[in-house]
Design a protein around this ligand. Structure first.
Ligand SMILES: Cc1ncc(COP(=O)(O)O)c(C=O)c1O
Length: 341
């Protein structure tokens, strides 16, 4: 690992020293155990493999200028995993268990947390799935919660650059009363084809509309959408949108900056009224959207000339990144330190 060029890392899997696991069996979570084993040995009839009883989370750890390791709002990831578990009828891991396991696995892999200033971070991937033999369509009797970590590179290697997005009316990411509000593995399987088509057409992200009316914006790929206009931060409210922790944080920061915040239905025709648009999530914090193409109306909505991130998006991005890295005061209490014992 001595030779790792942190700045050049992409978003892929790199083996670290340990992952951590807890098993739910007979109504109890086992004491978390660190392991070097990268594989999982489960029964071929497990519900995770057949009926999609599997959900995951994504979070990051950062090293500050002071050398201390910081987790960003990890309790929110734990709460979201709980809501995924409840909907998929899986055992629900206590928030404290997931937070403790995250701290332990990050501490055990401390040498893999990229240095301050590299732009890289340690990606944290908790996941929960049903194990044990079960042929009928019913919940599993046993569950496994695993958290692995892997260093990932800076999202913006060539600066804070806008992406191009395309409205996809041919595929739905999630049904109106389905699983869009949770981080079910199946949602991502269902988005692969749409993502592939949009990349082949030369766009980095699909914009999904609500499945029932094809009228309101749901999400921007695997990220939430927001628009800025008239000193207002506007973001879609819908049952089929994943409650993004980044979006939740940006809404608070936008309010701190004196913007009005609106969480409501956003018609796609409103795209023409925004001064700035962006996709937000753990991966990039904000990907400014430079252009949205609507193939139905053969219309392009362009922001910042398609090449420049807007001033509000830039300010919000710098503020949130700054809090994650410890460069800005953590006024909302979002950071947890993982100190070496
Ligand atoms: C579908 C979807 N929407 C939004 C997000 C952003 O959520 P967060 O900010 O919690 O990473 C993600 C990524 O986690 C996602 O997969």
């Amino acid at each position: 690992m001595e030779n790792i060029k942190w700045e050049e890392l992409g978003f892929g899997y790199i083996r670290t020293d340990f992952n951590i696991r807890s098993t739910w069996k007979n109504g109890e979570w086992s004491t978390p155990r660190l392991t070097e084993d990268e594989t999982v040995n489960i029964h071929m009839a497990s519900t995770a493999l057949h009926y999609g009883q599997t959900a995951f989370e994504g979070a990051k750890a950062f090293k500050g200028a002071d050398g201390r390791i910081r987790l960003f709002r990890i309790e929110e990831n734990a709460k979201r995993l709980q809501s995924s578990a409840e909907y998929l009828m899986m055992a629900v891991p206590p928030v404290e268990l997931m937070v403790k396991m995250t701290e332990e696995v990050v501490r055990a892999n401390a040498r893999w947390v990229p240095p301050y200033g590299s732009g890289a971070s340690l990606y944290i991937r908790p996941f929960l799935f049903g194990t044990g033999a079960n042929v009928g369509v019913k919940p599993a009797e046993e569950y496994e919660l695993i958290i692995f970590v892997t260093p990932v590179g800076p999202y913006f290697k060539a600066g804070f650059q806008p992406i191009r997005a395309i409205i996809d009316r041919d595929h739905d990411r999630a049904a109106p009363l389905g699983t869009g509000h949770i981080k079910a593995g199946g949602n991502y399987g269902a988005s692969l084809l749409s993502g592939d088509i949009c990349h082949k057409l030369g766009y980095q992200s699909a914009i999904y509309l609500d499945a029932a009316h094809k009228r309101y914006i749901d999400e921007a790929g695997a990220a939430n959408f927001f628009g800025i206009k008239d000193n207002t931060y506007v973001t879609p409210k819908s049952h089929s949108v994943l409650p993004s922790i980044t979006n939740m944080s940006l809404r608070d920061l936008a309010a701190d900056l004196g913007l009005k915040v609106e969480e409501r239905l956003v018609e796609y025709t409103e795209l023409g009224t925004f001064e700035e648009a962006g996709a937000c999530g753990t991966a990039a914090v904000i990907s400014p959207i430079g252009e949205v193409y609507d193939p139905l109306e053969d219309k392009r909505y362009v922001y910042g000339g398609g090449t420049e991130a807007g001033p509000v998006s830039t300010k919000l991005y710098n503020l949130l990144r700054g809090i994650q890295l410890g460069d800005e005061p953590d006024t909302h209490g979002w950071v947890t330190f993982v100190d070496m014992e």
